[in-house]
Write a protein that binds this ligand. Structure first.
Ligand code: GDP
Ligand code: MG
Length: 294
């Protein structure tokens, strides 16, 4: 068996979580068009004949303004320490950015401490002219020494099989750490909370998605039914008003969409109850962050 841990890093919004889901063939990491959607390390187990890849998706590396974000960046940094191989993701849609260079600096430090293969993944090639990819490869080759440079589309699945093939070549021999059916180490409660947070990210704007956190108050399985009660925390009354929406419409839409995805993912009927509460300054509050699982 070829097996090992691969940590996926990059600046926010380049498509890391989309790639994790593409490699698993199942959505376990939430995705949105906004940066900093992912707040914790998400483990996915990629099963292929003769190989098992433990893939760690991470929050985007950025300059943090809140204690929450400091923890997010620290989480990403720490996840690189356990990797046998690193994926560094950038976008094909433009030239290398300052944010990418900051990621490379961190990765270079990691590799100096413990040399390992490092792949550059140039994502979102589906939206650029093929002719623009070669000059990009040249630009990135000048910035760092890469074991492989792999253009991909996480969204369309382009070149993803090739990426897996190359990855397996560089992984050590060993015993598979997870069972054949295991997709993730996240418990159902955590997946449920994340799906609710994803719908909030998709349906609210500006500060609201960033000021929201989700806590599962109760999760009961009764045969083929899951009864879930969850609280959405926001920082201000005005944000609570937005999340509830006119006549409760937004909260209802969040609940319905999250529930439908939970039912598909869990293979069960779901009964979901949502509350919204204000917890002022939770993003800066060490105790609140611990309680919310950050
Ligand atoms: P992350 O912050 O790096 O985890 O990025 P996400 O996976 O959350 O994706 C950020 C945005 O980029 C979402 O709107 C995705 O749909 C989009 N995206 C991700 N991969 C691709 C891709 O290969 N092509 C295109 N066109 N969009 C992508
Ligand atoms: Mg993500």
């Amino acid at each position: 068996m070829k097996t090992g841990t691969v940590t996926l890093v990059g600046r926010p919004n380049v498509g890391k979580s989309t790639l994790l889901n593409a490699l698993l063939g199942e959505k376990i990491a939430i995705v949105s068009d906004k940066p900093q959607t992912t707040r914790s390390r998400i483990l996915g187990v990629v099963h292929r004949p003769g190989a098992q890849i433990v893939l760690l998706d991470t929050p985007g590396i950025h300059t943090p303004r809140h204690e929450l974000n400091k923890r997010m960046v620290r989480t990403a940094m720490e996840a690189t320490e356990e990797a046998d191989l690193l994926y560094v993701m950038v976008e094909a849609t433009g030239p290398p950015q300052a944010g990418d260079r900051a990621v490379f600096r961190h990765v270079r430090e990691q590799l100096t401490a413990a040399p390992r293969p490092v792949f550059l993944l140039i994502n979102k090639v589906d939206v650029v002219n093929k002719a623009r990819v070669l000059p990009l490869i040249a630009d990135y080759s000048r910035l760092m020494e890469w074991t492989e440079i792999v253009p991909v589309s996480a969204l369309e699945g382009d070149n993803v099989d090739r990426l897996v093939e190359l990855t397996i070549k560089f992984l050590p021999e060993g015993e598979a750490p997870f069972g054949e059916e295991t997709l993730t180490d996240q418990p159902m409660r955590a997946l449920a909370a994340e799906l609710i947070r994803e719908k909030l990210f998709l349906k609210t704007q500006q500060e609201v998605p960033y000021a929201a956190a989700v806590e599962i108050d109760d999760f009961k399985e009764e045969g083929k039914l899951a009864r879930i009660a969850a609280t959405i925390f926001v920082e201000k009354d005005s944000q609570k008003g937005i999340v509830v929406g006119k006549g409760g419409a937004l909260l209802k839409a969040v609940g319905t969409e999250a529930r439908l995805e939970m039912e598909r993912l869990f293979g069960m009927k779901v009964f979901l109850q949502l509350w919204v509460k204000v917890r002022a300054g939770w993003r800066e509050d060490e105790r609140a962050l611990e309680e919310l699982g950050y």
